[in-house]
Design a protein around this ligand. Sequence first.
Ligand SMILES: *[C@@H]1O[C@H](CO)[C@@H](O)[C@H](O)[C@H]1NC(C)=O
Ligand SMILES: [Cu+2]
Length: 228
Amino acid sequence: MKTAVVICALAAVASAHYTFPSLIANDETTAAWQYARQWTGYQSNGPVTDVSKIDIRCNVGASAKSAPSTMTVAAGSKIGFASNQPISHVGVMEWYMAKVPEGHTAATWDGSGEVWFKIDEDHPTFAPLKWPSLSTTKQYTTIPASVPAGDYLLRVEHIALHSAGSTNGAQFYISCGQLNVTGGGAGVPTPLVAFPGAYKASDPGILINIYNPVPKSYINPGPAVWKG
Ligand SMILES: *[C@@H]1O[C@H](CO)[C@@H](O)[C@H](O)[C@H]1NC(C)=O
Ligand SMILES: [Cu+2]
């Protein structure tokens, strides 16, 4: 553990880490941990590094936890997360949703099973290698217009890649928000993946040395983005 922390601190622009406590919906940045599930240890800000454990779903302890509130948002609307401080590591942002099954609500469901579809991901640019989310404090995506109305979990992740050259070196900064999506359509989101299950430690976008040689391409981990 100590070794990982030292490597992380050396490679970091800032020494502290970022969390995603605040949903941005209806153009408002909401209170920290009001709509996002506050995970165990959020104050220490340590990343998830083992993609085979349940912590990869919604962060440590958060699959079994509820946020105080569920946000009502229209399908097709802009939504986001505000990080508690600027994103201080290079890496990619990815966004997933999962529809809450009958008999559960966004507050009570644990997000288990092959239920998650990717709605968005960003990509670096090359020569020089640049990562669009670096130093940002607000990150946005759009709820697909054709998702069926209902309760959802929204999963955001930033995958920090500065120490990803060794196995379990990539760092996953994750939050799950609770949504009630209104409007919507009859879309059938696909492909569906499970967390854990969607990623392998050896995926080329997870086990990657971004320094030597500097990559000329990057393959985001996880499924293709559902095009709605
Ligand atoms: C979702 O929002 C709609 C519109 O405000 C409301 O009628 C419905 O009861 C909400 N559903 C849940 C599960 O909260
Ligand atoms: Cu760090």
